[in-house]
Design a binder for this molecule. Structure first.
Ligand code: C2E
Ligand code: CA
Ligand code: CA
Length: 558
């Protein structure tokens, strides 16, 4: 039987030429545009040996077609050759980057076209034999391609609802590598692969390694949340090679739609993992549609953030801080707002957590710090004695290589007295096992900045933080205490204030909403408050008005 080749070209003459030259060796199928070709490929990909694709076509062009092919694990297996009259620089590169296997230009040199087709068919046929046997070199389990392939046939054989595809991700594997060395890291990966492979094979499943520290397993759904599976994960989390257990985050996709490419099923399981990464309370998540919506929202924000920064859509707002015993204004915290062109004013909860995940927070914060320095400089130049401003420093910023230089350079550039710029570092940042954050806090304090521990009360190691971090101010968040605003909450507040007093550290209570709260705080010795009781965050003009009208007789004492 002749091998089948699909020719996709809107030009009839071109199709005819190829058909005539190839017909003695191949059976030639034809499509007039990318859309028809895609449909045909979905039906016949198992039988196709190669696809020849023109770039410029109506309905769906060659690039789009390549993109669609690449998205699908089955279609991706078919070699593609781009044929085009477009010899512009970049065309070939673009086609290859979209996954084309080869590239030829029109007008055809017939013997060369034929030889190229022969070569790629040959290559594919030999490699697919190897592929089906392909094992991950380090661990011996299936590698990505082989796993997807094998899983695909198992899923097809059983039908919808039978299997679960699970993504297992080792938390902070990089830290293990750094701490114990690569060789030990490799040993751990081998141990994990062996544990998963043995355990899930016994349940009628398979295991593959997808990237360095991410594994995939396919196993029958009836075992989801079973003791058997729990047991495998427990063994995997406690390698004898390490003194401490490791944390494995698990995302699962229950395979209901078997039409999806296996790689997409895996992406869904991986998305489920993403939702629990870095959380302390859960280790497994099952995929559901809302995760996809969230991912789409994140993607949308990510697409817009660069432009938003360039067009000044981020704006520093100011929330005043007061001394409740005298009513004096003592400073303000800078909180960012996003003036979105279509969506209006966005609050930090809509974008900061996303920026902290995708790293853009550093870009945004650098912009905000500069705005703040510019503002302080202006106030100084106007001859006022400005009150301090505090800015938020995300953990992600602190671990950037040039963070310290960037921040200190700004302060020098605008000649800002360091006492006017306070840095709020969130308490949870200090929970990480590395000492990097603490030593950075030390460097910043040495430079002269005032360091505030933010969100005190949200973390897990309250006392530890106080002991280790060279902070000058504690920000006690009423919000974390409010659900038991009763005796216990009040006791905690009182002891924290007493304790910090004993080492001379002032407390600013934040999210203070009622007079009762403020009065209670005052009664236990905490005078500084920030919250809706006094004022909400406001734009700069409003804050400047407020600061002007306020008596400056009561200077803060810290
Ligand atoms: P945060 O640092 O804990 O800031 C205090 C949050 O409490 C602010 O929320 C503020 O508007 C809100 N708040 C103030 N008074 C009250 C009150 O009386 N009741 C209640 N329920 N809430 C009050 P916001 O502005 O939405 O900011 C949320 C978080 O986003 C901030 O929490 C901070 O962690 C982060 N953030 C804001 N701006 C920036 C920024 O420029 N850079 C970075 N890295 N993070 C920022
Ligand atoms: Ca803060
Ligand atoms: Ca806070």
């Amino acid at each position: 039987m002749k091998r089948k080749i699909l020719v996709v070209d809107d030009n009839e003459i071109s199709r005819l030429t190829l058909r005539e030259t190839l017909r003695d060796e191949y059976e030639v199928l034809e499509a007039e545009n990318g859309k028809d070709a895609l449909e045909l490929m979905h039906r016949t990909h198992k039988l196709l040996s190669a696809v020849l694709i023109d770039i410029i076509m109506p309905e769906m062009d060659g690039y789009e077609l390549l993109k669609n092919i690449r998205k699908n694990a089955m279609l991706r297996q078919v070699p593609t050759i781009v044929v085009t009259g477009d010899t512009a620089i970049g065309t070939e590169e673009k086609a290859l980057s979209l996954g084309a296997t080869d590239f030829v230009t029109k007008p055809y040199n017939i013997p060369i076209v034929k030889q190229r087709i022969k070569n790629i068919i040959n290559l594919r046929e030999t490699s697919s034999i190897i592929n089906s046997l392909q094992r991950d070199r380090l661990t011996g389990v299936y590698d990505r391609e082989a796993f997807l392939d094998k899983a695909g046939s198992m899923i097809a054989a059983q039908g919808p609802g039978y299997y679960v595809l699970s993504c297992l991700d080792v938390d902070k594997f990089k830290v293990i590598n750094e701490k114990y060395g690569m060789a030990k890291g490799d040993e751990i990966l081998k141990f994990l692969a062996e544990t998963f492979n043995k355990g899930f094979s016994e349940l009628g499943g398979i295991c593959g390694r997808i990237t360095a520290d991410v594994f995939a397993v396919l196993y029958p759904r009836k075992f989801i949340n079973s003791n058997e599976v729990e047991n495998i994960r427990r063994v995997a989390s406690t390698p004898k090679l390490l003194l401490r257990p490791i944390v494995i985050s698990v995302g699962e996709y229950v395979i209901t739609d078997i039409e999806l490419p296996v790689s997409t099923m895996f992406d869904r399981a991986a998305l489920a993992v993403k939702t629990i990464k870095g959380r302390f309370d859960t280790r497994t998540a099952i995929f559901d549609e809302s995760m996809m919506e969230q991912e789409l929202r994140e993607q949308e924000v990510a697409d817009e953030m660069g432009g938003a920064l360039k067009t000044n859509q981020f704006e520093a707002w100011f929330q005043p801080q007061y001394d409740h015993s005298s009513g004096a204004l003592i400073g303000a915290e800078v909180l960012t707002r996003w003036h979105h062109l279509k969506k209006g004013l966005l609050m930090p909860c809509d974008f900061i957590p996303i920026f902290e995940r995708n790293g853009f927070i550093y870009e945004m914060d650098k912009f905000i710090w500069e705005q703040v320095c510019v503002t302080l400089r202006r106030w100084l130049d106007e001859g006022d004695e400005p009150l301090p401003l505090s800015v938020n420093i995300s953990r992600y910023n602190i671990i950037q290589r040039d963070f310290y230089e960037t921040l200190t350079r700004l302060v020098k550039k605008y000649n800002i007295p360091t006492k006017l710029l306070r840095l709020e570092l969130t308490e949870s940042a200090f929970n990480y096992p590395n000492d990097e954050i603490v030593s950075m806090a030390e460097r910043l304090a040495k430079f002269g900045f005032t360091i505030a521990i933010d969100d005190f009360g949200s973390g897990y190691s309250l006392l530890n933080t106080l002991k280790n971090v060279p902070a000058n101010i504690l920000k006690l968040d009423m919000h974390f205490l409010e659900d038991d605003g009763t005796a216990r909450g009040r006791d905690i507040v009182e002891s924290v204030v007493l304790m910090t007093k004993s080492f001379g550290m002032p407390v600013i209570a934040e999210r203070v909403e009622t007079r009762q709260q403020a009065d209670f705080l005052k009664s236990v010795g905490c005078h500084y408050v920030q919250g809706y009781l006094y004022a909400r965050p406001m734009p700069i003009e409003e804050y400047e008005e407020l600061a002007k009208s306020h008596s400056k007789e009561h200077k803060p004492t810290f």
